[in-house]
Design a protein around this ligand. Sequence first.
Ligand code: R5P
Length: 316
Amino acid sequence: MKVITYFSLIEKFYRATESKFAEAIRIEDRVFPDGELNPRIVLENGSSIENDHIVLYFPKKSSESPNDYLLRLFLLIDTVKKLKASEITAIIPYFPYARQDKVFRPGEPLSAKVVAKILENLGINRIITVTPHIQRIKDFSIWFEHAEVKELSGIKVLATWIKDNVKLDKNTLFVAPDWEAAKWAREMATLLGYSEEHVGRIAKERDVNTGEIQQKIIDVPKWVNTDTKVVIVDDIVSSGKTMVNAAKLLQTEKGIKNFIFSYVHPVHSPGAIDLLLSLKPQTIVCTDTILLENASPRIKQASILPFISSELAKLK
Ligand code: R5P
């Protein structure tokens, strides 16, 4: 098994996998002035990947558009295939376009399935991804005909970090800021040893034409008081509105002051971090499924790599 990744990630990858990999190969990234991508797998001194199981560890960078990210990934998979690797495993920590897992309005594409189809046509054998944003389907693998799909839980990564780094008390409440997040809030509560009594829910409706959202509290236990510590749990922070509006509702309607914002994928559209910080949460924690360049020191990142490492160990 050989890993192909960015030079800057090689050491981090080796540390997390305890150097189980025979060789790490770096990607050289060139972009032409008109924006066309020209990535290259750097094979030093005529080395080869023929007949090797290749693991592409390829997280999206925060400065990169999902489109550039995917095209770069497609170009690299095709290259690995042409260089005659025996097997290709792509680690795609944040799977772009997964949110479009349904045709919401007539005439729209089923984007998530299109991405899956291209990956498969390029010859991928296996995908390892983290908490893909699928809501309308139960199982991400239904879109892949041959490739194996491994879904890791980003909530587990967050819960492990919170356990080690945040002091929670018995009055902690785990809140889902929208309908879909209820399963993640419940998972987090269970992993940290709390019962269903400690899960609260907020409902969110989104206007499919304008994208505007409306949220309201639907379920918060009676024992909650102004000293209750609230962990809001979601899969994605993009604009930050879902997380912050949920916190504002809890602040105005229940007097909550103490928040921990936790989410798997730091998509962070412009202005999102300032919006999150405006609520002065005690902690903001996400995972490193997206590489944050120039991240605020207030944003803590829990690493997915130990979990990826265990998954890779099963493949040997
Ligand atoms: C939506 O259903 C997701 O789970 C997130 O709640 C959403 O993507 C967050 O987006 P934003 O930060 O823009 O409100």
